[in-house]
Write a protein that binds this ligand. Structure first.
Ligand code: WAQ
Ligand code: MG
Length: 278
């Protein structure tokens, strides 16, 4: 699902569709997006839920919602979820420090880290994620507003039950956490991707994460100020990777989580850096 809002023009009117050859209109504002793999019996209820999400979103009420339903023909790849933990973090400046430490410990260059921070804290939220080279910080996505949209991922019903129980123990059994963990687990299952940084673009949601095979899925509270509409995702790929197959894997290859790794409560950043999963 993709929901957007046409930017209002001067007098509260909506900009109209362009006349061919005329100046291009202001691009629509991204409101919300969602994707998943579901058994066909659930399709109607998922579509209804996606529509509700698009029209009651804290970023604004969408005036265009596009829903695409596609049959999966390829057998999905089965993976485990990343282990999850929440970092002790009291404010945004500590959050930035934790991001730096986690990304550096995954061998992401300082230049790339600074560029990534510019994206996730920038004014214009992208629709998808930036795919960035981990050394030079060069962005490889052809369309910088769209980025890459990770899709074709889901979680099996037994695994979802197990995940809900694990998250419940820590009082964080929310759809936002579940969906982000599923996405991050698919992303980290791509061999050429080293790490991911995520800040929600939802003004009320101030917990983000850094994820990688090496340090797991690390939730970072207070990653942004409440009320801010900025947010984004950056996926760091190996400097010498060919981005083409990475885009293909993220956007098209079906991946399903069928095993859950342990979910921990709060830990400080030093304890988290000591847990090396690979
Ligand atoms: N593929 C790539 N990028 C995406 C996708 C996707 N499927 N969905 C969202 N993005 C990008 C896009 O630039 C958004 O602006 C940005 O990520 C944030 O998306 O454990 O809700 O859907 O408590 O707002 C983190 C949960 C929640 C942390 C993240 O992201 C936790 C969230 P949002
Ligand atoms: Mg959002």
């Amino acid at each position: 699902m993709r929901a957007s809002l046409q930017r209002k023009t001067g007098r509260g009117q909506c900009a109209v569709a362009p006349i061919p050859g005329a100046q291009s209109p202001t691009p629509p504002v991204h409101i919300s997006g969602a994707e998943g793999i579901y058994s066909r019996h659930y399709i109607m209820s998922v579509v209804q839920e996606y529509i509700d999400r698009a029209i009651s979103h804290p970023r604004g009420r969408a005036d265009r919602i596009t829903i695409t339903i596609e049959k999966i023909n390829q057998k999905p790849i089965l993976i485990s979820s990343l282990p999850l933990v929440t970092a002790e973090c009291r404010d945004i400046s500590q959050a930035e420090d934790i991001i730096q430490q986690l990304l550096s410990s995954n061998s992401i260059d300082e230049k790339a880290i600074n560029r990534a921070l510019g994206i996730v804290y920038g004014k214009n939220a992208m629709r998808g994620a930036s795919l960035m080279l981990s050394g030079s910080g060069k962005r490889t996505e052809p369309d910088r507003q769209r980025g890459t949209r990770v899709s074709h991922m889901g979680i099996g019903s037994n695994a979802l039950r197990g995940l809900s129980l694990e998250l419940q123990r820590h009082g964080i059994n929310m759809q936002t956490v579940q969906e982000a963990l599923v996405l991050a687990s698919k992303v980290s299952s791509c061999g050429d991707i080293i790490a991911e940084l995520c800040v929600s673009d939802d003004p009320d949601y101030t917990t983000g994460y850094v994820a990688s095979r090496h340090t797991g899925y690390v939730r970072i509270p207070h990653i942004k100020k409440k009320g801010s509409k900025s947010g984004g995702r950056v996926l760091f790929i190996r400097e010498d990777a060919d981005p083409g197959p990475v885009f293909e894997y993220l956007e098209k290859t079906p991946v399903i989580i069928n095993r859950i790794s342990p979910c921990k409560g709060e830990m400080n950043i030093d304890e988290i850096l000591d847990c090396n999963y690979q």
